[in-house]
Write a protein that binds this ligand. Structure first.
Ligand code: NAP
Length: 537
C-alpha cells in the first residue's frame, strides 16, 4: 500500500485537533488530521453517558478565534450537555470546511523517527502508512479509559459499559437495576442524572470525592446577547486568571477575615455557578493545611445538611484528602439522590468487591443483582494516549520507556530525543490543569508560530534541549510541591489503581500547576527570544 506524505500530520480531531487544522489550513500548510474514531469530537464524541456536560461555563469553553462564530452560536445552558457540545464542534468543522482535512477510522498504532529523512513514519492498521515532517498531537488528556481488574468482568450477562464507551443508541434505564462503580466527576454526573430514572441504583464507592453544586441554568436569548457583547472582556478575564475561568482568587487574605466572614463568603460561593468555589476561593485553602481543614469542614457540613441519613452522609465525606486536593467534580442533585429509597450506597472500603458475576456484583457482604453495570472508573490520564502509540524517537528510543516513571517535557510542548513531535495539550502544560479550550488555543497558536518559523527558515528539525527540559521539570515540580494537592491520589498526580506503575505512592508530575498566565508568559518569552530552548536546524 502506498505511503502518503504531508508536511504536518495532526493526531486527533477533538477540541485541539479541530483548531490546529484550522490554523494550518489558513496558512496553506500541507496538513491532515488522523482520527482514530469514525467521526470528530474527541471527548464529546465519546462520553455520551447520561449527565455528561461541561463544568466550565459554556461561553468560556467555546473557541475564541472567530468573531463570526461567537456571534452565531447560542449556548443554551450555562454548562452545556454532551449532545449540544458535539453539535457545536460539528458546526465549527462544517463552518470552516475542516472535514476535508480529516481522515477518520485512522488510529496511529506506531510512529518512528527516521533521522536520515528527518521524517516521522506513522503506521496504521491494515498496512496503511504516512510520513510527515512534523507531527502535532491533539490526543486529549483523558482519552484512554481504564477498567477495574475484578475477576469475572467478562462473565456479566447484562449490559456493561465504561462511561467513555457509552453507546450511541439510547440505553434503557427505566425499570432496570443499575450498578455504578466509581464516584469521580463522571460517576457523580451519572448518579445525579439517573437516580430517578432507574428502578434500583447501587453506587459502589471506594473513596468519596469532595463535590459541590454546578448550579446550572438556561441562557436566554437576551442573556446570550449580553454574553456576546462581553466576549472580549470574558476572554481577557480568562487569560488573567490562573484556572482560565472568569473566577478570580479572593486576595483579601484568609487570616485577615473572621471565621464568620469566611463562612458567609463560602455560603455565597456554594450557590455560585461552576468552579467559583475553587477558583474564586482564598488561595490559602489550597496551600495551608489549617485553612484547608476549615474549608473541608465547611463543605462536610453542607453534605450533612443535604443527606437525610447521617450514616450515609458520613460515608460521603472524604477523610483521606482535603477539599480541592483532587480535581473537583461538580454535581447536580447528587447528594439528594441518596435520600431516595431506590438508591443504595455500597461502601467498598468496608465491603470490597470480590468479583463480577453473571448476574451482578459480589462484595464481601453479599450479592447485588444487576441489569446494567456502569464503569465510571476513570482514565490512564495525560500520558496514556502517548504510551499506547508506540512512539520511537532518536536511536529507536521508546517514549513509553522515557516516561515510565513520569513525563518529562520542555514547556509541555516537546520532549528531548523526539524531534519534530509537538504536543498540544501535552504533559506538563496547563491543558490538564485549567479550562481546557482556553489552554489549547494558546498551545495551538504557539505551536503554529513555531511551525511557521521553521518552515519559513527552511528548518527541517526541531528538538527540545535536554538541559531546558530538566529546567522545565524543576519548575513543574517546584509549583506542584507548594500545593497541598501534591499528596493527593487522583489523576492530577498520576494515580490510577488500574494501571501498572500508577498506583498510590508513585507521584508523577503530569501537569503544570503554575497557572495559565505564568505558563503563557513562559511561552511568549520563548518565542520572543527566538526559541532558545530548542535546537532548530
Ligand atoms: P476519576 O476521577 O479518576 O474517578 C474514577 C473513580 O473510579 C474513582 O472514584 C475511583 O475510586 C473509582 N475506581 C477506579 N477503579 C476502581 C475499582 N477498581 N474499584 C472501585 N472503584 C474504582 O475518573 P472520572 O470520574 O472519569 O473523571 C476523570 C476526569 O474527567 C475528571 O477529573 C475531569 O477532569 C474529567 N471529567 C470532566 C467532566 C466535565 O467537564 N464536566 C465530567 C466528567 C469527567 P478511587 O478514588 O478510590 O480510586
Amino acid at each position: 500500500m502506498e505511503t502518503r506524505h504531508h508536511d504536518v500530520i495532526v493526531l486527533g480531531a477533538g477540541v485541539s485537533g479541530i483548531y490546529q487544522i484550522k490554523r494550518l489550513a489558513d496558512l496553506g500548510i500541507d496538513a491532515i488530521v488522523l482520527e482514530a474514531d469514525e467521526d470528530l469530537g474527541g471527548t464529546w464524541y465519546r462520553n455520551r453517558y447520561p449527565g455528561a456536560r461541561f463544568d466550565s461555563e459554556s461561553y468560556t469553553y467555546g473557541y475564541s478565534f472567530s468573531k463570526e462564530l461567537l456571534n452565531e452560536w447560542h449556548w443554551k445552558e450555562r454548562f452545556s450537555s454532551q449532545p449540544e457540545n458535539l453539535r457545536y464542534l460539528n458546526y465549527v468543522a462544517d463552518k470552516f470546511d475542516l472535514r476535508r482535512h480529516m481522515r477518520f477510522d485512522s488510529r496511529v498504532e506506531s510512529m518512528t523517527w527516521h533521522e536520515d529523512e528527518r521524517r516521522w513514519h506513522l503506521e496504521l492498521p491494515h498496512g496503511e502508512s504516512y510520513t510527515a515532517r512534523f507531527v502535532v498531537t491533539g490526543v486529549g488528556v483523558l482519552s484512554v479509559p481504564t477498567l477495574p481488574r475484578y475477576p469475572g468482568i467478562d462473565d456479566f450477562a447484562g449490559d456493561s459499559f465504561h462511561t467513555y464507551w457509552w453507546p450511541k443508541d439510547p440505553v434503557p434505564l427505566r425499570g432496570r437495576r443499575v450498578g455504578v462503580i466509581g464516584t469521580g466527576a463522571t460517576g457523580i454526573q451519572v448518579i445525579g442524572d439517573i437516580a430517578e430514572k432507574v428502578d434500583v441504583l447501587s453506587v459502589f464507592q471506594r473513596r468519596p470525592n469532595w463535590t459541590t453544586p454546578l448550579n446550572n441554568s438556561l441562557i436566554s436569548e437576551q442573556e446570550m446577547a449580553e454574553i456576546r457583547a462581553r466576549y472580549d472582556e470574558i476572554f481577557a478575564n480568562c487569560a488573567l486568571s490562573p484556572g482560565g475561568f472568569e473566577h478570580v482568587p479572593d486576595r483579601r487574605g484568609f487570616w485577615n477575615l473572621s471565621k464568620e466572614q469566611r463562612i458567609a463568603f463560602w455560603d455565597e460561593l456554594y450557590d455560585k455557578p461552576g468552579f467559583a468555589i475553587l477558583a474564586a476561593n482564598f488561595p490559602e485553602v489550597f496551600l495551608d493545611e489549617t485553612a484547608n481543614r476549615e474549608m473541608s469542614e465547611y463543605v462536610a457540613g453542607r453534605i450533612r445538611g443535604r443527606v437525610d441519613d447521617p450514616r450515609v452522609a458520613e460515608k460521603l465525606i472524604p477523610r483521606d484528602h482535603g477539599f480541592g486536593m483532587q480535581r473537583l467534580p461538580l454535581e447536580t442533585r447528587y447528594f439528594e439522590a441518596y435520600n431516595r429509597d431506590n438508591v443504595h450506597l455500597v461502601d467498598l472500603s468496608a465491603t470490597p468487591i470480590e468479583r463480577i458475576t453473571r448476574s451482578g456484583i459480589q462484595t464481601t457482604a453479599g450479592h447485588h443483582d444487576l441489569d446494567l453495570i456502569v464503569y465510571a472508573t476513570g482514565f490512564d490520564a495525560i500520558t496514556g494516549a502517548f504510551d499506547r502509540m508506540k512512539i520511537r524517537g532518536v536511536d529507536g528510543r521508546f517514549l513509553g520507556d522515557k516516561w515510565r516513571d513520569g513525563p518529562s517535557t520542555c514547556l509541555g510542548i516537546m520532549t528531548h530525543g523526539f524531534p519534530n513531535l509537538l504536543m498540544v495539550a501535552g504533559p506538563q502544560s496547563v491543558s490538564g490543569s485549567t479550562n481546557f479550550p482556553r489552554a489549547i488555543e494558546g498551545g495551538v497558536d504557539w505551536v503554529t508560530g513555531l511551525l511557521e518559523h521553521a518552515l519559513e527558515c527552511g528548518h527541517r528539525r526541531i528538538e527540545a534541549q535536554a538541559e531546558a527540559e530538566r529546567e522545565w521539570l524543576e519548575e513543574v515540580v517546584r509549583v506542584q510541591e507548594r500545593l497541598l494537592l501534591r499528596r493527593s491520589k487522583g489523576w492530577f498526580t498520576g494515580y490510577n489503581a488500574n494501571v501498572d506503575g500508577h498506583q498510590q505512592g508513585q507521584i508523577r508530575y503530569q501537569a503544570y500547576f503554575g497557572g495559565a498566565p505564568r505558563y503563557k508568559a513562559f511561552l511568549e518569552q520563548e518565542a520572543a527570544d527566538g526559541y532558545p530552548r530548542f535546537d532548530l536546524s
